[in-house]
Design a protein around this ligand. Structure first.
Ligand SMILES: [Zn+2]
Length: 215
């Protein structure tokens, strides 16, 4: 390898370390209660607490009332927020025992899974969702914006998912055959194909966030 190539590959190497700097966007920024860095609202999630101190996620990012705490949806920022008791302070609730990182992560995971579910149901309701490997295969000639494959999908479904990916369609592993099947009142479903690009983008972001919380 020449010195030039060496420098080029060093530049390509992804940087390690703290939260990547969010692109500066116009509009008000929000400060993460975990890492204390500010960023555009879209990069953070807003936690809200109800009267009993139960913490949930406000997906619209602007709850009608009450206080909220903004945090990056990552394990590290949730942990930092819990250690500093920052969420309780921002939420203005006395939580006993103190909100642990696990409790925050669980609340966030529940909310994100719920959001993924509602996006899938909207997609099904609007007729833009192919449910099952056979339906995905039949719809392959048309526009497919995203494919979800169950973690325990069988060999033939995996081959089909690879063919979908070769067409430049993003394939995400999500749920199990049983959990995907349950969504649609079926036994087992290995593959889902989304045709609506807007829903697909939102679902991708939601599943990516889920993965960030689980790390
Ligand atoms: Zn943060």
């Amino acid at each position: 390898m020449t010195a030039t190539e060496d420098r080029a590959s060093a530049r390509r190497r992804p940087k390690e370390g703290p939260e990547p700097a969010a692109p500066r966007a116009p509009g008000p920024e929000r400060t993460c209660v975990g890492c204390r860095k500010a960023g555009p609202p879209a990069a953070l999630v807003r936690l809200v607490a109800d009267a009993e101190g139960k913490v949930t996620v406000d997906h619209r990012g602007r709850g009608a009332s009450g206080r909220g705490a903004w945090v990056h949806p990552t394990r590290r920022c949730l942990k930092a927020a819990a250690q500093r008791h920052a969420a309780e302070r921002s939420l203005g609730v006395a939580v006993d025992p103190a909100l642990s990182a696990d409790a925050l992560a669980e609340a966030l995971k529940r909310a994100l899974a719920q959001k993924a579910l509602s996006l899938l149901l909207v997609s099904a309701r609007t007729g833009s969702l192919a449910v099952g490997a056979a339906a995905v295969e039949r719809g392959m000639d048309g526009p497919v914006a995203l494919c979800l494959a169950a973690a325990d999908a069988g060999a033939s479904a995996k081959v089909l998912a690879e063919r979908v990916a070769e067409r430049g369609v993003r394939v995400l592993i999500y749920g199990t055959k049983e959990s995907l099947g349950n969504l649609f009142g079926r036994g087992e479903v290995a593959l889902l194909g989304l045709r609506d690009a807007r829903i697909a983008t939102e679902l991708c972001a939601t599943i990516d966030r889920l993965a960030g919380v689980e790390d």
